[in-house]
Unconditional design. Structure first.
Lengths: 252, 252
DNA sequence: AGCTTTATAATAGTCCGACAAATAGCGTGG
DNA sequence: CCACGCTATTTGTCGGACTATTATAAAGCT
């Protein structure tokens, strides 16, 4: 539990908690988190707009805009008379950056993490192979810079983690495939949590640079197959580390 | 009193086309199509809410809800004073079912089709491999039924095409990975367009059943590698057909 | 009884008009 | 030339009235 998310129902409700700038945004965030965390299960019917907006102390319009956001991401469906209900999980846009962020707001389930890794294992090696064939010099230079920064700052620092993400992002971008690139947020989420788990357990700390450099070298050399295999190795090592950390620090 | 909105206003407003039920939905759709089709380019600033809603003959609230939908899908960004502007392409949720549908509303570019195929080539073989290991009997039966229906109706009919999509959906579902499954809409879109192109050029008609049955048999037998290879073959044949059709009927 | 049609009530959807908050860009003063 | 505050523009929020849709219950018909 990180955030106090309960908007006081009754009493002097303060909704100042999560900060997302605009009201409709923060309401969408709060409701989104409540949904993906299971507090509101698929099929559940939300309070009608009038009651809900009153409880949240916002205007009905702001509440409605929040609902539109959630509906656009497939989390809810609204119909007159029936009300607004949480959609089936299969309709959720699990790869949407915001939805993913909401997932990680409350610690994600181990199963979900596992599935994200599987996706990563499918997508990233293929992306690395394409990148080896298509990367331009600027992208290559950016990858190198990212790895140098990552090596220098180490994953214990925010700067180092940002460099790691930047490396993976650039690889995905170098594959030169727009739909594929939209998966970077999902990949990034998996990467971030690997790091979090690894950092929780210092003893597991393994130097992540060798695999990263191997991927880079293969991409630089334009060897697609080699890049694919190197990335496969990188991801599976990360998965191992995550599993090991989870075994020692069971979820929640 | 003031409900007549079907009146084609003489000015620059045009608002009587496709009907998408609710107003905010149809406005979002119209704007979404205008954006993905390039009519409004990234960086362009939309009219302010008052003018825009007047031109469209809808209330400002309805227009705003439409904008919230587009913003949720990463197509636009709103800020006070600056207005609402079309976001960079890299921020678009290209894999969102609705965004994808808008893309295909106006005929998609060949390059985009190509990228979607690449994604399919990455995702579907991996999914088939996982499905071979994890499918349950009900899923297997559904795949068989889909292929039987597809064989019976042929791809020339809507029923046959639906069966084709159902087969691919079921394979993806049998991989038992929720994030992966959300890609089914993208895959489905690629599948649909293959069929459209193939149907335009009857002479290219190749019987698609053999590859499909090979995938099915491998999944039924639980042979992951074999399923992967069979699916690779299936997708690359579909890609060939699409390319051939495009060569003979150049885009527009 | 069983089915169809109609009425009812509940809810999301739409509209309006006003006011609040944020902020890009300009102008003023140092 | 730069810093700083002013202002105009635009989105954001509000509340309240009215409309459209539709699930459900009631009534009517066969």
């Amino acid at each position: 539990m990180s955030k106090a998310k309960e908007a006081g129902v009754g009493g002097d409700g303060e909704r100042e908690e999560g900060f997302s700038g605009r009201i409709h945004g923060s309401i969408a965030r709060a409701l989104g988190i409540a949904i993906v965390s299971g507090k509101h299960q698929p099929g559940d019917v939300l309070n009608n707009e009038i009651d809900a907006s009153e409880q949240l102390q916002v205007s009905r319009s702001a509440y409605r805009e929040a609902i539109r956001i959630l509906a656009a991401k497939g989390l809810v469906e609204s119909r007159p008379k029936t009300g607004t209900r949480v959609s089936a999980r299969s309709r959720w846009s699990l790869l949407d950056p915001e939805v993913l962020a909401w997932f990680f707001e409350s610690e994600p389930s181990e199963a979900f993490l596992q599935e994200l890794y599987e996706l990563r294992m499918i997508v990233e090696p293929a992306a690395a192979a394409l990148a080896a064939e298509r990367r331009d010099d600027a992208q290559l230079e950016r990858m190198r810079a990212a790895l140098v920064a990552m090596q220098h700052h180490t994953l214990a620092t925010e700067a180092g983690q940002a460099a790691d993400r930047d490396f993976h992002d650039t690889v995905l971008g170098a594959a030169n495939n727009a739909p594929l690139f939209t998966l970077s947020s999902s990949i990034g989420a998996a990467v971030r949590w690997t790091t979090i788990f690894k950092q929780r357990d210092r003893e597991l700390a393994r130097d992540p640079m060798p695999e990263h450099w191997k991927v880079f070298d293969a991409i630089a050399a334009g060897r697609a197959d080699q890049a694919r295999q190197a990335m496969e190795k990188l991801v599976s090592l990360a998965l191992e580390d995550t599993h090991a950390a989870l075994d020692r620090h069971p979820t929640r």
